[in-house]
Design a protein around this ligand. Structure first.
Ligand SMILES: [Zn+2]
Length: 372
């Protein structure tokens, strides 16, 4: 990962570059900041930069043997420590290293709940245990394989057990020559004072709206309007932007299929309704449920639109245009039947009924409601 791949954070990057330029690399850093500002991405690109054999223009070259290994996160002198579910007291994070690498290769902007989910239970919380501290000390005392430096990135040091923290104190204070610890924390107040006092602290600020907007237009080809509204919702977190992008895709898909359903019902095109039902039946069950909830929302808001109270309506501009034309067809008489049919389909899907039958049955009933 190169510095140029980081979203924003120019000031921090300049600082990291100058540590290397002035040959003043500390033995331990603490990168702290909110979720999604790029702390882990910065830690990895800093490690890569320290080890790159052919730095140019203040960034890693991306091509030397060391950089090539970083591309797969498999550099033998860069170690990762992260919280995990300890199945037995002897488990350490080596058991999950490939999952961790795969997630970072997908994107280094992810939150911890995503990590718990990958490990199999989004509701559980992992730890960095005593067994891992032995692993840390063992790895840090190995002679480096290829690089002058050894780097150990510890993600979520606040989730170290007290036993683990105590047993790495001495190593953190007096690590072997040319060893760098980078602690990456979301909540540095929760790190034991004895640990954090041994580190050089680097505050990672929120990403500015302007930087987020620029990446969205330049790299994600979003319209200026979309980029501005997403950046306003971002709260300085790129992880949040990524989640919003997924949500936006879902809304777009639901909108397309809801409007298609309503037009087809209005046109009484039964063959097209069968086709439509088959398409929706091919989706995943969660997507089908999301579509039905979305449809209920659209019907409700279209009905509200008839009373001209736009303050209670939450809709984007496409949805608003559609509602303008659609709402005259929603009245007190058919509103309740529409709700009943959509809710019934939702419950049927939830109890694993055959989706082809559920959606076809629902759409045929909707014809009578939309165009009696
Ligand atoms: Zn390089």
């Amino acid at each position: 990962m190169l510095f140029k791949d980081i979203i924003g954070q120019e000031v921090v990057i300049n600082k990291l570059q100058s540590f290397v330029a002035k040959d003043r690399i500390s033995q331990a850093y603490l990168f702290s900041g909110k979720q999604g500002v790029g702390k882990l991405a910065l830690a990895i690109s800093f490690a890569q930069y320290i080890m790159c054999k052919n730095k140019k223009g203040g960034d890693s070259c991306g091509e030397c043997p060391s950089c090539k290994k970083f591309q797969k996160l498999e550099h033998p002198d860069c170690h990762f420590v992260f919280p995990f579910f300890a199945k037995s007291s002897g488990t350490n994070c080596d058991a999950y290293i490939q999952d961790f690498r795969n997630q970072i290769l997908d994107t280094p902007y992810f939150d911890i709940s995503k990590w718990w989910d990958i490990m199999g239970d989004a509701k559980k919380e992992g730890i960095i245990n005593r067994s891992e501290s032995n692993n840390i000390i063992h790895k840090i005392n190995l002679t480096s394989y290829e690089s002058e430096y050894k780097v150990m990135i510890i993600w979520y040091p606040e989730l170290m057990t007290q036993e683990c923290a105590n047993s790495i104190l001495k190593t953190l204070e007096e690590p072997p020559h040319k060893t760098v610890f980078i602690l990456v924390s979301n909540n540095s107040d929760k790190i034991m004072e004895t640990i954090s006092s041994r580190t050089q602290k680097i505050e990672i600020p929120n990403i500015s709206n302007d930087e987020i907007r620029k990446v969205l237009t330049d790299k994600y080809h979003k319209s200026e309007d979309d980029a501005i509204s997403l950046s306003k919702l971002s709260l300085g977190s790129w992880t949040r932007v990524l989640n919003l992008l997924i949500e936006t895709e879902e809304i777009k898909r639901n909108f397309e299929h809801f409007t298609l359903l309503m037009r087809t019902c209005w046109g009484r095109k039964v063959l097209d309704l069968i086709k439509w039902s088959n398409t929706i039946a091919g989706w995943g069950r969660e997507q089908q449920k999301s579509f039905l909830l979305y449809s209920i929302k659209m019907v409700r808001e279209s009905f509200m639109n008839n009373f001209g109270d736009s303050s209670i309506i939450y809709a984007n501009s496409k949805e608003e245009k559609f509602m303008e034309r659609f709402s005259p067809f929603i009245n007190e008489e058919n509103l309740l039947i529409l709700f009943k049919e959509l809710n019934k389909a939702y419950q049927d899907i939830q109890r694993n009924a055959n989706p082809k039958l559920v959606f076809l049955d629902m759409s045929l009933k909707l014809i009578k409601v939309i165009r009696p």
